[in-house]
Design a binder for this molecule. Structure first.
Ligand code: WT7
Length: 636
């Protein structure tokens, strides 16, 4: 296992080394894994095509590194702790030995159901151990997994299945969420109606609600598991063979399938995990993210298992049965490392300190934050009341496309600073540019965040559309990977992420394209046109504010709002529901027809003091009307 950085000086030395000789640096990190064949060359790359390859011609299987290699020393160690939605439901624990058996068996089930190396398998499941088992089983046989968060609608699920031509879907009968239970299989059934590539559906029984099995297509997880042997030789993969696709929203069009490959992803997520979180052999690590997001892939599933750690899968929500749930679970399992999102912290803050009173929280050593900027107030609350002032907070900045964390403190090793992701990891070369792409040198600068050199888990392509990958990330600034985030480097050289500078909004840590939400709103029969912007929201970080032009002027506005909200939930999923819908007569457009979002953003923020010159708009009077009808108090 790779050695962890233990001092700030060592961090600085390693950083220097990683820049002066990246290939030697990463070869050294990669050496600690099980390879069936070592690579011939560490790195080939250009950001023009882009074409990025790490550990060229290396052969391996990531599950051999996540599971098999631990068995001789850690076979009886707990790999996964499952904490159910309802605290009265028994906890489940799987040792590394048990995980090995389950993954091998399910890998054989996939094979029995005709899945081969390179085939795409879609996983649409609640947070049960079987989701992680299915992820690893795909990787075991070289199938490309595409996990879709089970909160997405059947329509979104169908788009993702079609885009990557999925042949098999793994799902469950239903899911629990707080005091609700929801059908999951029926959403899959609805989606598959328009997905001719799907040949098989495997159904895991979880809530025991009745489901309809389609003869010849649908089979039960448990029945299939009873038919297979418990050994499955790992498929030997090339370093650059695809490992998974994960869909994420961009500033234009439909969500794109970010593709990650095997060798580089493995090396980087393990290296970053070990150094940032500094887990030890007896640590209990809890990442609250859903496996449907990149955090759940990299830092709930792959990295903790690569490190031979104990990882918790939590099925529930922070406020069920009440707002003390997180703290109860931390005490129950003696959690040492706790990794969650600012939106969860802010939401729990709003309940005051009482929910914390019955928890000791004395097992905690390290706290983590991910998904959006953490404001100072939430940072201090987290630090003082959860960490009792003793636990470093790692504010980890990264993206679905980066595969792993790029900018973050190393817990207890490098300094922290409230609301700052602080310093790049070794191997990571951030640069801040102005809008023309000029590098802003030195400290105390603010601009757009780019990367000038590849790290091993960088996005390789967007599935089925390489040009889109090039356009989105590698064409804005020549020779650079563009993150889409604004960033400040302060007087000490620490990085502070300022949020998106493109038409992407971040609602409770979930990424949404404004265009995507607009397209959904426009599906409503009475809507002629819409424009969506983000605005600061106390708990969610950003809320969704929609300006909508309707042709049915007699309809009650409240009814219209409810209908539009339902359309969005149906087309994308409940996470994309607008928080505010303002019906307007017109949108502020330039003479060439471009919507001036800046003006709408200002109104949504409630600040109309600096709207700029509106006289060049096609119809300046629409701005006055929008201001009059604004759904927020305005300060001029
Ligand atoms: C966007 C990526 C990476 C896992 C979860 C989200 C924002 C992420 C931070 C942070 C400030 C952050 C950025 C980024 N973001 N982490 N620590 N501080 N902003 O993944 O859906 O791919 O979204 O989330 O804006 O670009 P994602």
């Amino acid at each position: 296992m790779s050695t962890k950085i233990k001092t700030f000086v060592e961090y600085q030395q390693q950083y220097e080394l990683s820049i002066s000789n990246p290939e030697a640096f990463w070869a050294d990190k990669a050496d600690s894994f099980v390879w069936r064949k070592k690579w011939d060359k560490v790195l080939e790359w250009n950001f023009e095509d882009p074409n990025i390859q790490w550990f060229i011609n290396g052969k391996l299987n990531i599950t051999e590194n996540c599971i098999d290699r631990h068995l001789s020393t850690k076979g009886d160690k707990t790999a996964i702790i499952w904490e159910p939605n309802n605290p009265d439901t028994p906890v489940r624990k799987l040792t590394y030995n048990e995980l090995y058996l389950e993954v091998s068996k399910f890998a054989n089930v996939l094979k029995n159901n005709n899945v081969k190396k390179g085939d795409r398998v879609c996983l649409y499941m609640p947070m049960v151990p079987e989701l992680a088992i299915a992820v690893l089983a795909c990787a075991r046989i070289g199938a490309i997994h595409s996990v879709v968060f089970a909160g997405f609608s059947s329509n979104s699920l169908a788009d993702r299945i079609k885009d990557s031509k999925v042949s098999l879907v793994v799902t469950s009968d239903g899911a629990y969420r707080g005091n609700k239970s929801m059908g999951i299989k029926k959403i899959v059934d609805e989606a598959i109606v328009s997905c001719p590539t799907v040949e098989k559906v495997i159904v895991y029984q979880h809530t025991n609600e009745p489901v309809h099995l389609v003869e010849g297509r649908d089979v039960w997880w448990t029945e299939e598991m009873n038919k297979v042997s418990s050994t499955c030789e790992p498929e030997i993969m090339d370093s650059e063979d695809p490992l998974f696709i994960l869909y994420t929203s961009g500033s234009t069009g439909t969500p794109k399938g970010v593709l990650h490959t095997t060798g580089g992803y493995m090396v980087y997520v393990d290296y970053s995990f070990q150094n940032i979180f500094q887990v030890e052999d007896n640590s209990v690590y809890w990442c609250t993210a859903d496996i449907g997001w990149i955090t759940g892939h990299s830092y709930l599933t792959y990295a903790p298992l690569l490190a031979g750690a104990t990882t918790i899968i939590f099925e529930g929500v922070p406020t069920f049965p009440d707002a003390s749930r997180f703290w109860q679970v931390i005490d129950k399992h003696n959690v040492t490392h706790f990794y969650t999102a600012p939106t969860a912290i802010r939401s729990l803050m709003s309940f005051g300190l009482e929910p914390l009173e019955n928890s000791k929280l004395d097992s905690l050593k390290v706290l983590g934050s991910v998904g959006e900027p953490i404001n100072e107030e939430a940072w201090h609350w987290y630090h003082n009341h959860v960490g009792k002032g003793n636990c470093p907070i790692v504010d980890t900045w990264w993206q679905t496309e980066t595969g792993g964390i790029l900018i973050s403190p190393l817990a207890g090793i490098t300094p922290t600073k409230p609301s700052y992701a602080t310093l790049p990891l070794p191997g990571v070369q951030p640069i801040i540019v102005d809008t023309d792409g000029n590098e802003l040198l030195g400290n105390n600068v603010e601009g757009n965040l780019c990367m000038k050199f590849p790290w091993p888990s960088i996005i390789r392509t967007t599935y089925g559309d390489h040009e889109r990958c090039r356009q989105n990330y590698f064409s804005t600034y020549k020779g650079l990977y563009f993150t889409g985030d604004g960033c400040r480097r302060d007087e000490d050289g620490y990085y502070r992420i300022l949020g998106r500078v493109d038409d992407v909004i971040n609602v409770s840590g979930h990424r949404m394209g404004t265009a995507e939400v607009e397209n959904a709103i426009n599906e409503h029969d009475d809507v002629i046109e819409s424009a969506v912007v983000g605005y600061p929201h106390d708990i969610k970080g950003q809320g969704i504010y929609a300006f909508v032009i309707c042709d049915n002027t007699t309809k009650n506005v409240e009814t219209l709002r409810v209908e539009i909200t339902n359309v969005v939930a149906k087309i994308i999923g409940p996470i994309a529901k607008p928080d505010r819908i303002q019906v307007v007569r017109g949108l502020p457009k330039t003479r060439s027809g471009k919507i001036m979002r800046r003006i709408l953003r200002k109104v949504a923020e409630g600040d109309i003091s600096s709207l700029g010159d509106t006289s060049t708009l096609l119809d300046p009077t629409v701005v006055d009307d929008i201001i009059k009808g604004a759904l927020v108090p305005l300060k001029a």
